[in-house]
Design a protein around this ligand. Structure first.
Ligand SMILES: [Mg+2]
Length: 246
C-alpha cells in the first residue's frame, strides 16, 4: 500500500493516535518484555511538542501497563481499546466479565502454552506459544459470547480478548477528537491489528486517515508501513530527524 505523507502539514495539524504493540514496538513472547527505546521516547516527545500535545497512545493494554511502559512520557493514553473504567462503573458488566475469566482459566488449564490476562475491564486468552491450536481455541471460546451479551470478542495477534461491547478504538478516537488538544485537528490512526480497523474507520469518518502497519491487509487504512522500525523512521522524518542523525 502507499506510504503515508512524510511531512507534517503546515495547516490543519494532525491529531495522531498510535497503537503500541506491533506499531511502536515489535512483539515479544512475553508482553512484559516490550519497552520503548530511548530514541523512540525522544522522537515521541518531539512529535508531541510539534503537534501541541495531540499525540495519543491508543492501546489494548491496561492503564497500569501503559503507565509503566511510557514511564513519565507525557502523552494522553487510552487503555483497554477504550473500554477502561467500564467494569468499575457497571456491576452487571463485571459479573459477566468475571464469569468469562473463570471459563477462560479452565480453557487455559487444559491447553499448555496458553495463559489468561485479566485487565480491569477485559479478559484475554494469550496463545502465542500455542499458535497451532488457534482454531481449536477459537471453537472453545466462541460459546462464551451468547451467554455474556455485554461482551464482544476481539481476535487479535495471538489473543482472544473479551471486552466491552460498544467500546472500541473507533469510539475512543471519536471521543478524544471532541476534546483539546485534538479538537479541530485531522485524525491520523496508526496500528497493526484488526482492533485498529475501528480507529482507521473513525479517523476516515472525521476526514482523517489510517496507516496500517505490517503485512495484514487492511480494510480501512489509506496508507501502510512495513513494520515498527518503519513507523519509527516515519516519525523521525516527521520531526526532521532522519537516518543521517541516527
Ligand atoms: Mg498492535
Amino acid at each position: 500500500s502507499d506510504l503515508p505523507p512524510s511531512t507534517l502539514p503546515a495547516a490543519a495539524g494532525w491529531g495522531l493516535f498510535l497503537d503500541l504493540d506491533g506499531t511502536l514496538c515489535g512483539y515479544r513472547d512475553d508482553p512484559a518484555d516490550v519497552a520503548l527505546t530511548p530514541r523512540l521516547r525522544a522522537l515521541l516527545a518531539r512529535l508531541a511538542a510539534r503537534l501541541d500535545g495531540a499525540v495519543c497512545i491508543l492501546s489494548g493494554r491496561s492503564a497500569a501497563d501503559l503507565q509503566r511502559l511510557l514511564d513519565g512520557l507525557p502523552l494522553p493514553q487510552v487503555a483497554e481499546h477504550g473500554g477502561a473504567g467500564i467494569a468499575e462503573l457497571d456491576a452487571g458488566y463485571r459479573v459477566q466479565l468475571d464469569a468469562v475469566e473463570a471459563a477462560l482459566r479452565e480453557i487455559a488449564a487444559a491447553n499448555p502454552g496458553t495463559w489468561v490476562e485479566r485487565k480491569p475491564s477485559s479478559c484475554v486468552l494469550h496463545y502465542r506459544a500455542a499458535a497451532g491450536r488457534a482454531e481449536c481455541l477459537r471453537t472453545a471460546v466462541m460459546p462464551l459470547l451468547p451467554a455474556h451479551p455485554a461482551l464482544r470478542l476481539l481476535q487479535g495477534v495471538f489473543v482472544y480478548e473479551f471486552a466491552a461491547r460498544g467500546r472500541d478504538k473507533g469510539t475512543a478516537l471519536t471521543a478524544q477528537m471532541q476534546r483539546a488538544p485534538f479538537a479541530g485537528r485531522v485524525p491520523v490512526a496508526v496500528g497493526d491489528d484488526v482492533t485498529d480497523e475501528d480507529a482507521f474507520a473513525a479517523a476516515a469518518a472525521l476526514q482523517g486517515f489510517g496507516v496500517a502497519v505490517g503485512p495484514r491487509v487492511s480494510a480501512s487504512a489509506r496508507f501502510g508501513l512495513a513494520d515498527a522500525d518503519a513507523v519509527e523512521e516515519w516519525i523521525a522524518g516527521l520531526v526532521g530527524d532522519g537516518h543521517a542523525s541516527r
